[in-house]
Design a binder for this molecule. Sequence first.
Ligand code: HEM
Ligand code: CU
Length: 575
Amino acid sequence: MAFFEQHMHAKPTTFLSKYIFSYDHKVIGKQFLWYGIFFLGVGGIMALMIRWTLAFPGVPFPMIGQFLFPETGGVVPPDTYAMLFTMHGTIMIFYAITPILIGAFGNFLIPLMIGARDMVFPLLNMLSFWIAFISGLLLLAGLFTPLGAAAGGWTSYPTLSTLIGSPGVGQTLWALAIFVLGVSSTMGAVNYITTIIVLRAPGMGYFDMPLSVWGLGLTAILNAIFIPVLGAGVLLLIFDRVFGTTFFLAGAAATSGTGDPILFQHVFWIFGHPEVYILILPAWGIVSDLLSFFARKPAFGAKATALSMTSITILSTIVYGHHMFTTQMSPLLTQSFMTLTMTISIPSAIFFANWLGTIWKGSIRFHSPMLFSLGVVFVFGLGGLTGLYLGTVTTDLYLHDTYFVVGHFHYTMAASVLLGGFAACYFWMPKMFGTMMNEFWAKVHFWITMLGLNGIFMGMMVVGYAGMHRRLYNPFVYDFMANLVPINTFITWSAIVMGLAQIIFVVNFVHAVFFKKEKSSDNPWEVGTLEWTIPSPAPHYNFKDLPVVKCGPHEYGNPNLTGDRDFQYQTEELA
Ligand code: HEM
Ligand SMILES: [Cu+2]
């Protein structure tokens, strides 16, 4: 299994080689973490502006409104509103969740959890961060162009995204930024896959890998296959915008027999549906491990969980058409996509049941990472169930493009992935930075976040079910939506509450990283996976001697355990 010789090199000594152009997967992981947290803040403020506009149409945005929109006296103008929801979605998906779950935790966890000293290709790894960094600059640059940032939605459908729909440079920069980010993600994905295949510690079979590594590995496979599809799509979009081609131009099919806006939707969703699993799989893996760690029980049906995750990964590649039920696809196609979509419920139900089996009769320790993991179980349940209504053609025809869809995907992505990310932050903090965050404030953060996000996303599903469309600047000019203002005000207050709760996290995090004197012990959560066998924070090149794996990652409460612990390190032989 350890096919590769792994060497130790001298420690980097200069500031540049240590913190900026570091080859160390742990430093690169932290760089992605800071990058993601920054964009989480930017995307979050944009979300609040969207919500403000929907709850209080015509009222200036407090504090920074006057400064940002002086021409309207602080009120968010309609064209800016379109930029806000476009940039919010783009930033959250590609520049916040992806860097945090995949960039930060993928980088940090994979080598540590499989007993390797670094990624297989450290230089490629370093480049992948800096290319992502450039992409972030390109995206933000759009905000400062004369006609403003992209405004065609995160899906960037033509004709909204062609020169006719958005003539500004911002939309071109958007496409370029996504393309460049795709290059970075693909580099990362290839690195992760190869690392998992060739650098596993001696004795570690695939089923001895923690489920976090399973999730991250499956994500990397989807990334490597489907990010290039999106790359091709946005490249063609750039050609249409800059070089006058007509791949996606509406009407071009009629006049020259070539272009078709619907073609873009196919390309986008062939990537886009797998993308939602790209985001959720790492969170699923992490939650599957943490539930076991904190219930002090072996992960129930761990092999079945890993195999279910794999089946979902495979199925996710052939259901994309359910995003396009309303594009006049042939009934045969819609029905086929509906059937395939529904098939995903089977492996989903298996591993969801395994989660419940894991916590069933466990000696649960309600530390903050566990609270956040249980939060994922709850919100993902809701997200998954609402997916069934959208995957069914007949109900989707009504619900498509309403806030019900927005509620659905925020439960699955915003809520589940965010809570999973927080669970990971609190849990691996000692190994990353050598200190622990304050538990009391972590729990306060959890409860207020839960309260806020359920208020927001449950509210969205309610107004969506009542017929409120997404992406409208002021839906309430239509009579049938006018009476939905009070619920929208409620959603907005929930969003403000949730936003404020995140300040607690940031303060707690920054305090633990920079100001906390008290060091954490090497294994504060009493967990047996490989990263907890080494000092906190993880030292240069992780393992002085490469570990040899003797048992699985979830040995808790086994009567044959050695020592007077209720868990066993993966490097120890089970008696
Ligand atoms: C459990 C099974 C799931 C089913 C059956 C399902 C089904 C659907 C369907 C049919 C739509 C399109 C609705 C429409 O536009 O009319 C949709 C939208 C969406 N779903 Fe799911 N979904 C599921 C799980 C997930 C998961 C796990 C995620 C993410 C982690 C996710 C993220 C999204 C996103 C982002 C959109 C909206 C994209 C957009 O239009 O902007 N879904 N889902
Ligand atoms: Cu989908």
